[in-house]
Design a binder for this molecule. Structure first.
Ligand SMILES: [Cu+2]
Length: 281
């Protein structure tokens, strides 16, 4: 494999092809009226996938952390690196139905922004023979417990720096002005405490934020003073914090020990965008 270029270091390395289960645009044969449950996991290093299904209807039934409370119809889904979503796709029209990408600007830096729209990821050939009728989705999938009032709040500010080093320009990706240091504890938390984490992206690129050893619930997003609530309650392990955006989430660590939180783009995490939380009993 060739070494990372400067563009790879800045944006996170993006491959030339997007594969689904190791194949380029694999085909699926289904009868008209079929519903299929698809689990999508963005396992790319740094490609943001804004997904749509042409000629098939998507219903979201799960997130990173399992089932939602109820199914939610979706025209498009933004899946940042490491995010997951679980869908039921209804193939009701004969012909081809394609899982495709729409344009999404994640704040690409420098030249060589890859073409991100109209990539055919998966194609279904829908026959005109009617499938056996399928049962409707249940109205309720499972309850999701809401957190109580947080007793601790934290603020994590993401920034990018560029410095001239003897080896050339070097990017830095920082949380609260600091690059990752394995020997430093950034946050001391107590097991069982409900915590509000405010992640503030003051950088020029989106950063998919991941927290280890637990899950969280998204509370709200804020941009230019405008607050928006998420369309549904879900357990999450990774959330995209878009450039210029503040994302508030609530979480609780149950197990004592030290662990990391970080941007899930490997180059960003390697160049500093990671911290240590020490959870005490
Ligand atoms: Cu990042």
């Amino acid at each position: 494999m060739p070494e990372n270029t400067m563009t790879d270091m800045m944006n996170g390395r993006v491959g030339d092809h997007v594969l689904v289960n190791g194949q380029k645009n694999p085909r699926l044969a289904v009868a008209m009226g079929t519903k299929r449950r698809l689990r999508l996991y963005n396992a790319t290093n740094a490609r943001f996938l804004r997904l749509a299904f042409v000629n098939a209807a998507m219903t979201v039934i799960g997130s990173d952390g399992g089932l939602l409370e109820a199914p939610v119809a979706a025209d498009e889904i933004l899946l940042s690196p490491a995010e997951r979503v679980e869908l039921v796709v209804a193939f009701d029209k004969p012909g081809t139905a394609t899982l495709t990408t729409l344009d999404y600007d994640r704040g690409w830096m420098g030249p060589g922004r890859p073409e991100d729209k109209r990539l055919a990821l998966l194609t279904a050939d829908v026959s005109d023979t009617q499938a056996e009728p399928m049962p409707p989705l249940p109205e309720r999938l499972r309850p999701i417990a809401r957190f109580g009032q947080p007793t601790v709040s934290r603020r994590l500010v993401f920034t990018e720096t560029m410095a001239m080093k003897p080896t050339g320009m070097e990017m830095g990706f920082l949380i609260n002005g600091m690059a990752f240091d394995m020997r430093r504890v950034d946050i001391v938390a107590r097991a069982g405490d409900t915590e509000l984490w405010e992640t503030v992206n003051q950088a020029d690129m989106d950063h998919p934020f991941h927290l280890h050893c637990t899950q969280f619930q998204l509370i709200e997003r804020e941009r230019d003073g405008k607050v928006s609530k998420p369309p549904y309650l879900a357990w999450k392990g990774t959330v995209n914090v878009a450039r210029g955006e503040t994302v508030r989430l609530v979480t609780r660590q149950e197990r004592p020990g030290t662990r990391m939180y970080h941007c899930h783009i490997l180059e960003h995490e390697q160049l500093g965008m990671m911290g240590v939380v020490d959870v005490q009993a």
